[in-house]
Design a protein around this ligand. Structure first.
Ligand code: R5P
Length: 288
């Protein structure tokens, strides 16, 4: 039985349709002091697949509660799908006294499950933090589906670490080149600066590919670096697996010159255009 977290309801429904498993209907309540209570009334299966993006601290606690609720109701095998793993970017200690937050959350998730499936975690190495069998799947190839015809496309990573992701979308699209910008972030101010890549974008359609769009600053600065050239690029598309889109991020992208945003449903929002469900279904078949 598929058991959705509150932030993953559409994706869980798509996964239920993809796998033919029934869909549970959890409830999400809150006590007067603010504590959450996620419950799964009527759950009576032997196996449970909890699908819960940990987009917030509350969503993270909900995930733990859903794992516990299905065990309490008799599930003997629990699989946990984390479509978006919060804290995955804190995958090392960044200074004196700092935690490795990705490890802390991975350990907590491991305690309530037999196996884990992650979708495009920011750092693939975070799988090592889990104490149970863990596999990662990529929904990035699906981002090519809504792109349609593109003119001499360049698939551009905003920094070198996203080059493989850009290549993956390019391969799924079928043609085009890849390139990457050079990004620097000032962690005190949050300010992002991006130097353009080697490619002359004049007249070419550009697909900027990143794993996460959070504040939108990275993609917006990448677009500014592109449009500084004259003549500028053709159409500009932002493609990301995880559309976190915090605050005014969507407006920031539009103001910078992004014509279209394509994203998956690992984080539910109005921008979602493709589902990660087929990739997750494949992961569920392979994780042991
Ligand atoms: C960082 O390395 C990630 O790949 C993304 O580039 C980053 O999380 C995007 O954040 P923002 O949208 O806040 O610039």
């Amino acid at each position: 039985m598929i058991v959705p977290g509150s932030a993953s309801q559409s994706l869980a429904a798509a996964l239920a349709a993809e796998t033919g498993q029934p869909l549970a209907t959890p409830t999400f309540d809150r006590f007067p002091d603010g504590e959450t209570c996620a419950a799964v009334p009527g759950f009576d299966a032997e196996t449970a697949t909890v699908v819960a993006a940990t987009t917030s601290n509350d969503a993270f606690v909900e995930l733990l509660q859903l794992q516990d609720a299905v065990r309490e109701a008799g599930a003997t095998q629990v699989t946990t799908v984390v479509p978006y793993m919060g804290y995955a970017r804190q995958d090392e200690s960044f200074g004196d006294g700092q935690p490795v937050s990705a490890r802390a959350v991975a350990r907590a998730v491991s305690a309530g499950t037999d196996r884990v499936v992650l979708v495009d975690p920011h750092e693939p190495a975070v799988t090592d933090f889990y104490d149970v069998a863990t596999t990662t799947v990529s929904a990035a190839p699906r981002l090519a589906e809504p792109l349609g015809d593109l003119t001499e496309p360049v698939f551009l990573a905003p920094d070198e670490s996203a080059v493989d992701l850009a290549a993956c979308v390019r391969d799924a699209h079928g043609h085009g080149t890849t390139d990457f910008c050079r990004k620097q972030r000032d962690y005190d101010t949050g300010e992002v600066t991006v130097e353009p890549g080697e490619t002359d974008p004049a007249g070419r359609d550009v697909v900027i590919v990143d794993d996460i769009v959070a504040t939108g600053s990275t993609v917006a600065e990448a677009v500014r670096a592109l449009t500084a050239s004259d003549p500028g690029p053709g159409r500009v598309v932002a493609a990301c697996v995880h559309p976190m889109l915090v605050g005014n991020a969507r407006t920031k992208l539009a103001a910078a010159g992004v014509d279209r945003v394509v994203a998956t449903d690992t984080i539910e929002c109005a921008t979602t255009t493709v589902s990660a469900a087929p990739a997750i279904a494949e992961g569920l078949r392979s994780v042991r």
